[in-house]
Design a protein around this ligand. Structure first.
Ligand SMILES: Cc1cc2nc3c(=O)[nH]c(=O)nc-3n(C[C@H](O)[C@H](O)[C@H](O)COP(=O)(O)O)c2cc1C
Length: 315
């Protein structure tokens, strides 16, 4: 997620059960013309792996060069082990509806462009030995995800993540995972993941139960303020298809405060003092539902240092 999934948040998600984490989307044109700033955006450390960098853009030549750059060892996040590591995969964004991306003909705007979409996937696959995946939406206007997959199924990408909302559905429309199962029938040898609307362990377990051919789930906003959602899904089971039974840890307030501090330490280690701006939104998400949440939130978002955050949380 752009603006959210920095190195610290990815690491926290991995520690609490995510199997694979993704970078914020990186512009292939920025990598083509002036790679330094974008390389800074996608830097990572060993404990995040498996780590996939997501690319967006519309020019196949830019995708080819960006792919070659990212297939080499990359700089690591400051202060932590892993200098010169390679990423574990590349993902291509065919799903973003944001004006800044869609308006330039990238992201979801590429879904109906049958030839160009194929050229872009080929440009990435032909220029790397890393696994390549794609992210698409359930559809855009009269181009459905099924048609998109029919059009690209012979290309050597290994996985697809389907956001089960159409372009028109934005970020709050109806999520359709039946289409994801239909996609799996077309490409049984590729990994097919479903994304959209998984905000709790129950949502995740229910989706995996109701759509048994899914290979996995992609979780975005459901990890905000609860990065343990990944573990919670793995530790929750459906009894007779009816009630949810959890065999894992309970994340009570004291446990959550420890995770907040763990997360804050990672952000400050990477970003120094500017980490406070990043941390504020996460702190506000974490305290939702806490007793005295609004007072705690008010204090936390005014904290100027890691020490202040620690003092507030330990009070
Ligand atoms: C703030 C924000 C940033 C996002 N950035 C990206 C991105 O960089 N790449 C991407 O594929 N999807 C991005 N998405 C979309 C999510 O990955 C996901 O497809 C969407 O939010 C639906 O999943 P959810 O219901 O679990 O949130 C973003 C979503 C949000 C809310």
């Amino acid at each position: 997620m752009a603006g959210i999934t920095d190195s610290a948040f990815r690491e926290i998600c991995r520690r609490y059960g995510a199997d694979v984490v993704y970078s914020e989307m990186a512009s292939v044109s920025a990598l083509f013309f002036k790679p330094e700033k974008t390389l800074e955006l996608v830097k990572f450390n060993a404990s995040e792996r498996p780590y996939v960098v997501q690319l967006f853009g519309k020019d196949p030549q830019h995708f080819a060069k960006a792919t070659r750059i990212l297939s080499r060892p990359l700089p690591c996040t400051q202060g932590r082990a892993g200098e010169g590591l390679r990423i574990d995969g590349l993902d291509i964004n065919f799903g973003c509806p944001a004006k800044k991306v869609f308006g330039h003909g990238s992201g979801c705007a590429l879904m109906p462009q049958k030839e160009l979409a194929r050229e872009i996937i080929s440009a990435v696959c032909d220029n790397t030995d890393l696994p390549v995946s794609i992210k698409i939406r359930a559809g855009l206007r009269d181009m459905t995800a099924l048609e998109f997959i029919e059009n690209t199924k012979d290309l050597p990408y290994s996985a697809v993540m389907v956001h089960g909302r159409t372009y028109e559905g934005g970020f709050s429309g109806q999520v359709d995972f039946r289409i994801v199962e239909e996609i799996k029938k077309i490409i049984p040898d590729k990994i097919v993941l479903a994304n959209g609307g998984i905000n709790s362990a129950a949502d995740g377990v229910r989706a995996l139960h109701d759509y048994p051919t899914l290979d996995g789930l992609g979780i975005a906003r459901g990890a905000w303020g609860q990065p343990w959602i990944f573990n919670s899904i793995k530790n929750t089971h459906l009894n007779d298809g009816a009630c949810f039974v959890s065999t894992g840890e309970a994340y009570d307030f004291s446990h959550i405060k420890n995770i907040m501090l763990e997360h804050a330490k990672l952000i400050y280690a990477d970003k120094g003092d500017t980490g406070k701006f990043e941390m504020r939104k996460h702190l506000a998400w974490y305290v939702k539902g806490f007793p005295g949440a609004s007072e705690l939130r008010r204090k936390l978002v005014m904290a100027e240092s890691l020490e202040e955050i620690e003092t507030i949380l330990c009070a």
